[in-house]
Design a protein around this ligand. Structure first.
Ligand SMILES: Cc1cc2nc3c(=O)[nH]c(=O)nc-3n(C[C@H](O)[C@H](O)[C@H](O)COP(=O)(O)OP(=O)(O)OC[C@H]3O[C@@H](n4cnc5c(N)ncnc54)[C@H](O)[C@@H]3O)c2cc1C
Length: 312
C-alpha cells in the first residue's frame, strides 16, 4: 500500500496549506542514530503556528502524528512511521528580560538546548550552562526532564506553552507537568494530545568568564566519557544502585555487536550505529543487555531512548 492511500482525502491538501510536505521521507536522515524507515508524510514546522496547525490537522483527520525535535532520543523502527511526522524547527528566542530579581527567556520548543545554554553562558546568564552538551530540542527536553551533572530542566523551568488536539494553547507549570528523572506526565500518558510550543526559563546574572570556563570543563568531561559517532546518548535510565553502563559492562557486553550496531567500548550505556545499522540490530542489543542484566543482577533496565514506529 502506498502512503497516499493510507492518508484520508483532503489531508495532504490541508497540510500543504500549512507547509511543504514530503512523502516517504527517510527518518534515518533526521535522527542522531541514523537508523530506521520512512515517514509516510513529513512536514518541517518552522514556526509555532505551523507546528500547532499541522498537529491539529492530523488530529482532525484522524491521522496518527509523531513530533520530533532533534531526533536525539528516539529509535525509529525499520518499518518507518505511519501517518504524519512533524519535525520541529521552530527557533524563536525572546529575552533574556528582567523578571523580578532574575531574568526570563522564552524559547520555542525547537531551539537546541545545548545551543541556548552556550549562547546564554557566553552572554553572562547563569542557570543552564550544565546543558551545553545536551543535543536535543527544548521540546524533547520537557518530555524527559533532560538533565546532566546533577541538574535538570525542572530546576530552571517557569512555564511551558502547549498546543492541544484542536490547536488550543494552554500554559502549564513544571508541577502540572509532573517532571521527574527522565519522565513527565507526557511520557507517562497522563497528558495526552499535547505538543510543546515554547518554554520559559529562569536565569540569573553570572560571570561570563566563569560560565565560559564551566562550559569548557563540561565539554572536556563529555569528550573524555562519551564516544563520537551516531548514537542516542544514554540508552537506559540509571537504576538507583549503579549507573546502567556498569551493569552492561559487568554483563560482559562492552563492545558487543549485532550487525552494524555496537555497544560502545568507551561507554557501555551507548549503542553506536557503525554505518547502515538496522533499528532491529539496535533493539537486539538492547534486549540482550536487558536479559543479561536481569539474569545476573535481577535489575530491570528501563530504556531512556523512545522507540517509535514499526519494528519487525
Ligand atoms: C550524544 C548525546 C548526548 C546526550 N546527553 C544527554 C544528557 O546529558 N542528558 C539528557 O537528558 N539527555 C541526553 N541525550 C538525549 C537527548 O538529547 C535528550 O533526551 C533530548 O532532550 C531529546 O530532545 P530531542 O529534541 O532530540 O527529542 P526527540 O528525540 O526528537 O524526541 C524525543 C521524544 O520527545 C517527543 N517530542 C519532541 N519534541 C516534542 C514537542 N515539541 N512536543 C511534544 N513532544 C515532543 C517526541 O515525540 C519523542 O517522543 C543525549 C543524546 C545524545 C545523542
Amino acid at each position: 500500500m502506498t502512503p497516499r492511500t493510507r492518508l484520508p482525502a483532503g489531508f495532504l491538501g490541508a497540510l500543504r496549506a500549512i507547509a511543504p510536505v514530503r512523502l516517504d521521507e527517510p527518518l534515518s536522515r533526521h535522527t542522531t542514530f541514523g537508523a530506521g524507515g520512512p515517514a509516510d508524510a513529513y512536514l518541517a514546522a518552522e514556526t509555532e503556528d505551523q507546528l500547532r496547525l499541522a498537529y491539529a490537522a492530523a488530529k482532525r483527520h484522524g491521522v496518527p502524528v509523531f513530533i520530533f525535535g532533534s531526533g536525539s532520543n528516539v529509535l525509529v523502527g525499520d518499518g518507518g512511521v505511519r501517518g504524519l511526522t512533524i519535525e520541529n524547527r521552530t527557533g524563536r528566542i525572546e529575552g533574556p528580560s528582567q523578571n523580578g530579581a532574575g531574568f526570563k527567556v522564552r524559547a520555542a520548543s525547537g531551539v537546541s538546548f545545548a545551543a541556548l545554554a552556550r549562547r546564554l553562558a557566553n552572554a553572562g546568564y547563569a542557570g543552564i550552562e550544565w546543558a551545553c552538551g545536551i543535543p536535543g530540542s527544548l521540546g524533547g527536553a520537557v518530555l524527559t526532564n533532560a538533565g546532566a551533572y546533577g541538574s535538570s530542566l525542572s530546576d530552571v523551568l517557569k512555564t511551558v506553552r502547549l498546543a492541544g488536539a484542536t490547536g488550543e494553547v494552554t500554559e502549564m507549570t513544571p508541577e502540572q507537568l509532573g517532571l521527574r528523572y527522565r519522565e513527565s506526565a507526557l511520557t507517562r500518558g497522563e497528558i495526552a494530545d499535547a505538543v510543546v510550543l515554547s518554554v520559559d526559563l529562569r536565569l540569573q546574572r553570572g560571570d561570563p568568564q566563569a560560565l565560559k570556563a564551566r562550559v569548557r570543563e563540561l565539554d572536556a568531561q563529555r569528550k573524555a566519557a562519551q564516544p563520537p559517532g551516531r548514537n542516542c546518548g544514554s540508552v537506559f535510565k540509571n537504576p538507583p544502585d549503579h549507573p546502567s553502563w556498569w551493569y552492561v559492562d559487568q554483563a560482559g557486553l562492552r563492545g558487543h555487536r549485532s550487525g552494524n550496531a555496537q555497544i560502545s567500548e568507551k561507554h557501555a550505556n551507548f549503542i553506536l550505529n557503525l554505518g547502515g545499522a538496522r533499528a532491529a540490530d539496535i533493539v537486539a542489543l538492547m534486549e540482550l543487555a536487558r536479559a543479561r542484566v536481569r539474569e545476573q543482577f535481577g535489575v530491570e533496565l528501563q530504556p531512556e531512548v523512545m522507540l517509535v514506529g514499526e519494528f519487525e
